[in-house]
Design a binder for this molecule. Structure first.
Ligand SMILES: Cc1cc2nc3c(=O)[nH]c(=O)nc-3n(C[C@H](O)[C@H](O)[C@H](O)COP(=O)(O)O)c2cc1C
Length: 176
């Protein structure tokens, strides 16, 4: 199935708004949107899709948003097979207030889904961002799309547009 599953966890509604924007850009016919809090039952929801966009804000000090915690823990124990799945990650953070842990959640999701066999795509250059440290960087790039609605909300729409253009190469439903 080339349809994309978009799954997001959001505490104050920021990731939710971003996920809805991404859904609108891709088109409702090409994707399904799941709130981790309200719509997610178990890992089979994720495994229904070969193409996934996963959204997660960062809380604590570089930790994943609350609604992702239990699903990630369960997956660590059950080790479902994500081989053959293409995944891209997005999430907001705060590059000033949390400059030492900027979008750390993306790094945690990246490591876990990669260990489960998924192909992770959609890495983004760090050049457009100002921050002190981030655990979401591999091979010199962010593992997904960082956004910052606290300090740089004016950049969000363009960042999403550029990222979706990049994802066309790997997501047939976006290229359509
Ligand atoms: C208590 C607290 C801790 C946070 N920790 C981080 C962090 O470690 N790294 C980061 O980049 N952003 C951090 N943030 C910023 C949030 O990720 C940001 O506000 C985000 O937009 C929230 O999205 P949500 O409403 O979808 O959960 C933190 C915010 C709060 C209030």
């Amino acid at each position: 199935m080339t349809k994309i599953g978009i799954f997001y966890g959001s505490t104050s509604g920021v990731t939710e708004e971003i996920a809805e924007k991404i859904r609108d850009e891709i088109g409702e016919d090409n994707c399904d949107l799941y709130s981790m809090e309200e719509d997610f039952d178990d890992v089979d929801d994720l495994l229904k899709y070969d193409y996934l966009l996963l959204g997660c804000s960062t809380w604590g000090a570089g930790e994943v948003q609350n609604d992702w915690r239990e699903p990630l823990f369960d997956m660590e124990v059950e080790k479902p097979d994500f081989s053959g799945k293409t995944i891209a990650l997005f999430g907001p953070g705060d590059c000033q207030g949390h400059s030492k842990h900027f979008v750390g959640a993306l790094g945690l999701l990246y490591d876990q889904f990669k260990a489960l066999g998924a192909t992770l795509v959609g890495a983004v250059s760090t050049e457009d961002y100002t921050f002190e440290k981030s655990t979401a960087i591999r091979d010199g790039k962010f593992v997904g799309l960082p956004l910052d609605e606290v300090n740089e909300s004016d950049k969000t729409d363009q960042r999403i547009a550029d990222w979706l253009a990049l994802l066309k190469a790997d997501f047939p439903a976006i290229a359509a």
